[in-house]
Design a binder for this molecule. Structure first.
Ligand code: ADP
Ligand code: MG
Length: 437
């Protein structure tokens, strides 16, 4: 299948050409014809499958006809970063169309957004909190809306945005085309789709299972040795771009700082940062000025960075689905990626759940030469200093080693693990996009 078969306006085709997209991805091939035909669509496909262009391209095609200077298409995204990313795709694919788009989210000047709106736009990419503010002030009207896209619907649900989505829906014309994209389809999203979409076509690409090009490995370790082991792993493996996940904002920040202290080009992405710093972290990671990004699930979900060689789960995710979301970021487009997960004794049940989803056992790995029996420091801080200083210059890289039975040579057991903090309530984030974890 080729993009030609959609018969896009040549100005849109030029944008596709600029982005060097050769052929549509499977989700694009299946979704675009339905959207062009005016149908409502539910698109379920994992992260990295090209869902953005699947709605942006037919949206541009529709907007090429009809009036300019009024808001005709609205895209709702769960986080500011995702809104910016979508905006980037619209600007790139739509650069020859003359269509204008704006992003509306909190944390940046309200007035600047109003100025932009006054100059005339056809597309808005928004986070819910700020959109509701604009609607409340009458600075945005949805009266002429023809198309509504709910992107990353499952994440919006996780963040507690459902009531806000309903509020928005009530202010849009009933005669609109609605598209809903999600990596997963839990029942609540199904219910939302029933409310918001009319006679939708469902397109589901693959199971929600990670790309097969990813190598998965788990590293059993005592909780207090996670940081030393991570540092040894970073020195050992041949990493290009590494995305590290932690369970909390605080841990992301602390680990990011720790890695910087140790001389790594590292930064963190979490909801406590100002919008500028979040964008700087993300841009720096994309362009390679940072080699390592430490992030929480919500901060990083849906974010596309194409050159990630390794995903390291410093903390085990909450759910098997979160695991597939995380590692969906490596091994894209047949690039082989590695997914490393540090696990403690209390993660056993989650490991089994992930293995069920993957349909395969996760490889247990041991790092040869690592002192798995190093004692916990007396002050058992969240990030205890490593028991010994890591060595930076090493002539011979260490090799990873695994035993057939999958257990560490010496048990990675610590009396301190029992009270280790578990990730908090996924729904605790509140309804503002400011409060991402
Ligand atoms: P999703 O929303 O499904 O997570 P994205 O829309 O962010 O995925 O796309 C993932 C990556 O794939 C992006 O880097 C995007 O530029 C790239 N991409 C999308 N469509 C194509 C295509 N047809 N050909 C090549 N690359 C594509
Ligand atoms: Mg997406």
């Amino acid at each position: 299948m080729s993009f030609d078969s959609f018969a896009f306006n040549p100005r849109i085709t030029a944008g596709i050409h600029d982005l060097k997209y050769q052929d549509p991805t499977p989700v694009q091939a299946q979704v675009i014809p339905h959207v062009l035909a005016g149908r409502d669509v539910i698109g379920i496909a994992q992260t990295g499958t090209g869902k953005t262009a699947a709605f942006v391209l037919p949206m541009l095609q529709r907007l090429m006809q009809g009036p300019r200077g009024r808001l005709r298409a609205l895209i709702v995204a769960p986080t500011r970063e995702l809104a910016e990313q979508i905006q980037g795709v619209i600007e790139a694919l739509g650069q020859h169309t003359g269509l204008r788009s704006v992003t509306l989210y909190g944390g940046v000047s309200f007035n600047a957004q109003i100025q932009r709106l006054r100059r005339g736009i056809e597309i808005a990419v928004v986070c819910l909190g700020r959109l509701l503010d604009h609607l409340g002030q009458g600075t945005v009207s949805l009266d002429h809306l023809e198309m509504l896209v709910l992107d990353e619907a499952d994440q919006m649900f996780d963040m507690g945005f459902l009531p806000d989505i309903r509020r928005i829906l009530r202010q849009t014309p009933a005669r609109r085309q609605t598209l809903l994209f999600s990596a997963t389809m839990p029942n609540d999203i199904r219910a939302l789709a029933d409310e918001a979409l009319r006679n939708p076509v469902s397109v589901q690409i693959g199971r929600v299972a990670p790309a097969t090009t990813v190598n998965h490995a788990i590293y059993p370790v005592a909780p207090h040795l996670k940081t030393p082991l991570l540092i040894e792993l970073l020195q050992t493996i041949d990493t290009e771009s590494v995305l590290i996940f932690t369970s909390t904002k605080h841990r992301a920040k602390r680990l990011g700082e720790k890695l910087v202290q140790l001389g790594y080009r590292a930064t963190s992405l979490q909801g406590n940062l100002s919008q500028n710093r979040r964008q700087a972290a993300l841009d720096g990671f994309r362009d390679g000025s940072y080699q390592i990004l430490v992030a929480t699930d919500i901060a990083a979900r849906g974010i596309d960075v194409s050159s990630i060689s390794h995903v390291i789960n410093y903390d085990m995710p909450n759910t098997a689905e979160a695991y597939t979301h995380r590692i969906g970021r490596t091994g894209r487009a047949a690039r082989t990626g590695d997914a490393l997960t540090l696990v403690t004794n209390e993660d056993a049940a989650m490991i089994r759940a992930i293995e069920r989803v993957l349909g395969a056992a996760l490889k247990r790995e041991l790092l040869a030469g690592f002192d798995y029996n190093a004692p916990a420091p007396i002050r058992d801080a969240e990030f205890a200093r490593p028991p010994r200083e890591p060595q930076y210059r090493r002539n011979e890289p260490r090799r990873r080693e695994s035993r057939p039975d999958g257990t560490p040579a010496r048990p990675a057991h610590s009396p301190h693990h029992a009270g280790a903090a578990r990730p908090g309530n996924r729904r605790a984030g509140g309804r503002s996009e400011e409060r991402i974890r």
